[in-house]
Design a protein around this ligand. Sequence first.
Ligand SMILES: [Zn+2]
Length: 210
Amino acid sequence: MPHLAEGIARFQREVFPVHAGLFAHLATAHRPGTLFIGCSDARVVPELITQTDPGELFVVRTAGNLVPAHAPGTDGVAAGVEYAVTVLGVRDIVVCGHSACGAMTALAEGHDLTGAPAVAAWLRHADASLARTAAAGRAGDVAALVRENVAAQLANLATHPSVARALAGGEVRLHGWVFHIADGTVEELPAVATATAPRAGAATGARAAA
Ligand SMILES: [Zn+2]
């Protein structure tokens, strides 16, 4: 991977000097305004598509931009969410799905994942997304599943105590996006989950489904 080393050298030579003041400030300050939860997919680069600077986005990326619903015990995603909301005090949380998502394609098309058991187990966090898509008569439709999955993960997000508390206090807003790789557009989904997030019923449903 020589191109990575070349990239680092170019960053230090050409990019860092331009932003030296920003990095000097960031060396002792970390106050991002937004928690961005996206897919690990290499084509979905949060800072690129939002044109944000270092220090602006707190990013959590998982396969399928999945956020497990709150559960006893913890995991890396839960810790990242809690840290962003409780410690950093982000004001906005974005869950961003994308076109041609490998995770959503595998689910929508029922791919055989017996050779990737960890992936299969992880994708169970999208069971509610699959159920909602099927209920809407769109089973097998990858694009529909991508959208339903963003809504379902926003609902999962709202089951986390830190998020529930911030939503109840009006301290944070939830946003659902879909990034379309082919044309670079970002579609903002209707604020369904934002409106339903604080409701105990929605949270319980998401938890039961997960
Ligand atoms: Zn993806």
